[in-house]
Write a protein that binds this ligand. Structure first.
Ligand SMILES: [Zn+2]
Length: 408
């Protein structure tokens, strides 16, 4: 009976679809974001639509056909950038909306339909990726000139949240999280690069989208000693303000361990170059656990230092380091923290976040926390270890509090 009913319902649905005149979907806009590794083209639609993507050669181009779509009045065609030399529009032989992307080089492409979220309606996303990705692209850390050859610089990965088509949280006055966190991240990078023995890398250096796992991969490709993700929070209650600092929860860490173990190839170079490929499951999980709990301990200690500095600088929402299952914090072998610098939903904080002075103040607080952490827990073989040693032989105020958990 049930089956009959379903068949009948299915037939009815099909009939309705056939009877209904195909309603045109408007193309409301075309947006393009170019990053160093990938270029994303987003086609905003007034409703859901079928599409197809085709790669053609000589000359290289990507062709996107959208069934039953037409160009809306307000839609503008963006200029080419990144992997896309030019964007053109035409009609496919069957009368569908067609977008042609002239490409600068042979490229891999994928497309998908995104369903509406808080900021956008239906949209087709085309991701174009060059053959030489990530590891090939990132430049090797440069040793500072003043560093003796036997000591390396610390690498701090700074991750500005969101970017490109993902604006993050938006304040009442239109301030976008992706913009203010990038400004703070850049400021933080300047301060870190100005310090002997430390070098900053940015996981995102402009207004483009970087997938979360790519952010982690970039940090790992550079063998970062610390990963700091910068965000600005939002909440319905607009009176709430202040910053908070997060590390990965134990639960999130456990989940991630199983994932890494499932993907042996990825896990192979995780633990200081110890390959997991030829280890049995139990040994592999023990090795990963050790690496992970050392990272979590170090994350906690480093996050406490940063939180302490943020307390000196201004309003703090939670006086203890918080734990959550943020994807971007899941590198098993890099101590990681996420700083919610402020509540962009609070109008006063939103206005402050827009000022260069406040951005610099937040960056200074995070920098000081990172500095204090590494001087209290300097990794062996680093320039900071030598500097910290030299400092401790002088009769100055010791900064040993909160140390001991680094375990790297
Ligand atoms: Zn965010």
């Amino acid at each position: 009976m049930y089956r009959l009913l379903c068949q009948w319902a299915g037939g009815l649905l099909l009939a309705t679809l056939l009877l209904q005149p195909a309603r045109a979907v408007d193309v409301r806009g075309i947006r393009l974001w170019a990053g160093p590794d990938n270029t994303r083209v987003v086609v905003d639609l007034s409703g859901s639509a079928q599409h197809s993507l085709l790669l053609l050669h000589n000359p290289e181009r990507a062709v996107l056909d959208v069934s039953g779509a037409r160009l809306g009045k307000s839609a503008r065609v963006p200029r080419g950038a990144g992997a896309v030399k030019a964007v053109r529009m035409s009609r496919s032989p069957s009368g569908n909306f067609r977008l042609v992307l002239d490409l600068a080089r042979p490229i891999q492409a994928k497309s998908f339909l995104s369903t509406p979220n808080a900021h956008y309606g239906y949209r087709l996303v085309v991701d174009l990726e060059g053959a030489s990705r990530l590891a090939n692209h990132v430049d090797k850390p440069i040793k500072a000139k003043h560093a003796p050859s036997d000591a390396r610089d610390l690498i701090i990965a700074i991750d500005a949240g969101h970017g490109g088509e993902d604006p993050g949280a938006i304040g009442m006055n239109g301030t976008r999280e992706k913009d203010v966190v990038l400004a703070i991240a850049r400021e933080l990078a300047l301060k870190i690069n100005a310090e002997p023995g430390m070098k900053a890398i940015l996981t995102r250096g402009g207004d483009y989208f970087v997938p979360l796992r790519d952010r982690m991969r970039r940090a790992r490709a550079q063998q970062a000693d610390l990963f700091v993700s910068i965000h600005a929070d939002s909440i319905r209650d607009r009176s709430i303000d202040g910053s908070s600092v997060y590390i990965l929860s134990q639960r999130g860490a456990t989940d991630e361990a199983s994932r890494w173990l499932a993907e042996r190839e990825n896990a192979s170079d995780l633990i200081g170059g110890v390959s997991l490929d030829d280890k049995d499951d139990v040994l592999a999980s023990v090795l990963l656990d050790l690496s992970q709990s050392a990272s979590l301990n170090a994350s906690q200690v480093a996050a406490e230092r940063v939180l302490h500095q943020l307390m000196q600088a201004g309003e703090v929402r939670k006086h203890e380091v918080q734990q959550a299952r943020f994807m971007v914090l899941k590198s098993p072998d890099i101590p990681s923290m996420l700083v919610e610098t402020a509540y962009i939903s609070n109008p006063q904080e939103e206005m402050r976040l827009r000022t260069a002075a406040h951005q610099a103040q937040l960056a200074a607080a995070i920098h000081q926390g990172v500095h204090d952490y590494f001087y209290a827990n300097p990794p062996q073989g680093t320039r900071i270890a030598q500097l910290a040693n030299a400092n401790s032989s002088r009769p100055v105020l010791a900064t040993a509090a909160g140390g001991g958990g680094a375990g790297r």
